[in-house]
Write a protein that binds this ligand. Structure first.
Ligand code: NAI
Length: 285
């Protein structure tokens, strides 16, 4: 999709990757609305982007559905139409599966997957209504393809985001709405600070909450990619309407290993042609 003169609504845009995407889009001539739960970070993000006439901020918890509709109204009131939805807000939730309790699952799925769903339900109809086309970008993760040990809740949500994005791509193509699943590897960001965002309602039945302070002290390597580097990759992926936007070739070997194992598990039998025709619409080839 074209981005110059278009409006992008970016969730989780006040820090890290979302801010990197915002910077790339502003640089390419887009208008951006950065929506984030961290009110104080929004002002800083806006100042760092410059281009005040093309940047709007809105405080939003992506799990708040009425709030999402109000944020979209605000975006439209400021810039008219929304063309690009960047469903990027996410929280890093880690811990062994044996300690995962309902509050951990509900928070992880609610923000990391539910936030993307809420963006889609709120904003897709608005993109369709103006008929100018657009782009849906979801921030999944490399972990959707190579699961991270000791992060089942996070991995499950990111795999769901990938599946959702793949499933809707074909459906929206006819309306000139592209879909890209963004699956970054390690990027320098504030994600280790996610624990400070855990709402009180998800603390009582959590096996992870106590560990979240330790996570905040986890060092970030300067060798990890920068938000601005990944922002430029996302911009290129949007322009090319790439279904998959990846960042780290280092993961290729692991991905091949995984997919070879999946293929090796197929029944080793000749293809049944009649059955193939009967299920043809599912085959993807
Ligand atoms: P970050 O913590 O720097 O940025 C995430 C932003 O989302 C923050 O500004 C935060 O305030 C906001 N946010 C969190 N919960 C929210 C909510 N309920 N409603 C609205 N905003 C909310 O972290 P980062 O790394 O930039 O994360 C962005 C996305 O990238 C996330 O979806 C994350 O899972 C994903 N990701 C990050 C990787 C990394 O290595 N940093 C790797 C793969 C994926």
């Amino acid at each position: 999709a074209d981005v110059a003169g278009k409006t992008a609504f970016i969730t989780g845009g006040a820090n890290g990757i979302g801010l990197g995407i915002a910077r790339a889009l502003v640089g390419a001539g887009a208008k951006v609305v950065i929506a984030d739960i961290r009110e104080s970070a929004l002002a800083e993000a806006k100042a760092s982007l410059g281009a005040d006439d093309r940047v709007e901020t809105v405080q939003l918890d992506v799990t708040d559905r009425p709030g999402f509709a109000r944020a979209a109204d605000q975006a439209e009131a400021r810039f008219g139409k929304i063309h690009l939805l960047i469903g990027n807000a996410g929280v890093g939730i880690m811990g062994p599966i044996v300690d995962a309790r309902y509050d951990d699952w509900d928070w992880a799925m609610g923000v990391n997957f539910g936030g993307v769903i809420n963006g889609l339900v709120t904003i897709l109809p608005r993109i369709r209504a103006h008929g100018e086309g657009g782009q849906i970008v979801t921030t999944s993760s490399q972990s959707a393809l190579i699961p991270i040990p000791f992060s089942a809740t996070y991995t499950a949500a990111k795999a769901a985001v990938l599946g959702l994005s793949e499933a809707i791509r074909g459906e929206l193509a006819a309306e000139n709405i592209g879909v890209s699943a963004f699956m970054p590897g390690p990027v320098q960001s504030n994600i280790a600070m996610s624990g400070e965002l855990r709402p009180d309602e998800f603390k009582a039945d959590s096996g992870y909450v106590k560990r979240e302070e330790e996570l905040e002290r986890r060092p970030i390597s300067p060798l990890w990619m920068t938000p601005d580097e990944v922002g430029e990759r996302v911009l290129a992926g949007i322009r090319a309407n790439d279904l998959y936007i990846l960042t780290h070739p280092e993961f290729a070997k692991g991905m091949r290993t995984r997919f070879d194992a999946i293929l090796a598990s197929m029944p080793d039998e000749p293809i049944n042609q009649e059955r193939a025709e009967a299920i043809g619409f599912l085959l993807g080839n």
